[in-house]
Every structure is written in C-alpha cells, then in structure tokens.
Design a protein. Structure first.
Length: 115
C-alpha cells in the first residue's frame, strides 16, 4: 500500500490530517489543555511535531497516534518554534507566510474558475 500524501492543519488545539489528493479527513486529534493562540507544526521522518502553550508533542504522522509530550518550562504563553538537527524548522512567521501564499493562490484560482 502506498503511503498517503497528507496535509496537516493546526488550529488552536486541533490537528487534522487531510488526504492531499482528495481533501478527505484521514485523522483528527484534539490536544489536551486550554485553547492556545498558536499551534506550530512540523513533519520529519514520519513524526508530526506540534508545539503549543509550552508543550511539545510527537505524533505518528500517518495515524495521529500521540507518541510523547514534553513541557518546556517558561514557554506557556510564548509562540514556539520547532527545529531539528536535520535542518527542518518552522515558526509562527513561516506559517503565516505559508498560509498567506496558500490563500492568495486559492483566491487567484477562484478568480480564474479553478476553485
């Protein structure tokens, strides 16, 4: 069986994995705790890393199964960035730029009848 191509959407404390080809929901996960302003996501080697309200989570990227979580003291109300030794990283600013590009592309496609 071929590994699905997934898109991960993070909003407040919810993570949703969508099939990139069909847009169908593959899995959903609600993180514990109170609602947070920012949810930072990054995928590497089959693990989805999520950070919010001072806690970092590792989640199986294909199934949505939580693997572990770790509290980062003093970071509860701070936007968090994720980086790895392999060079992957993400930040709130990068996510905002990505979402703006996606939105602009969707608007342009809609204007031309593509969406």
């Amino acid at each position: 069986m071929e590994t699905p191509n997934l898109i991960y959407i993070g909003a407040k404390r919810n993570i949703t994995a969508l099939d990139a080809a069909s847009g169908e929901v593959v899995w959903e996960l609600k993180l514990p705790g109170a609602f947070g302003t920012y949810l930072t996501l990054m995928v590497e080697d089959g693990v989805l890393y999520a950070a919010r309200q001072g806690v970092t989570y590792a989640i199986n990227a294909l199934t949505g199964e939580p693997l572990w979580q770790s509290e980062i003291k003093g970071a509860k109300n701070t936007p968090m960035m994720i980086a790895t030794t392999k060079g992957g990283s993400t930040s709130v600013q990068q996510q905002q730029q990505f979402h703006k590009k996606q939105f602009d592309a969707a608007v342009a496609a809609g204007a031309s009848g593509g969406v």
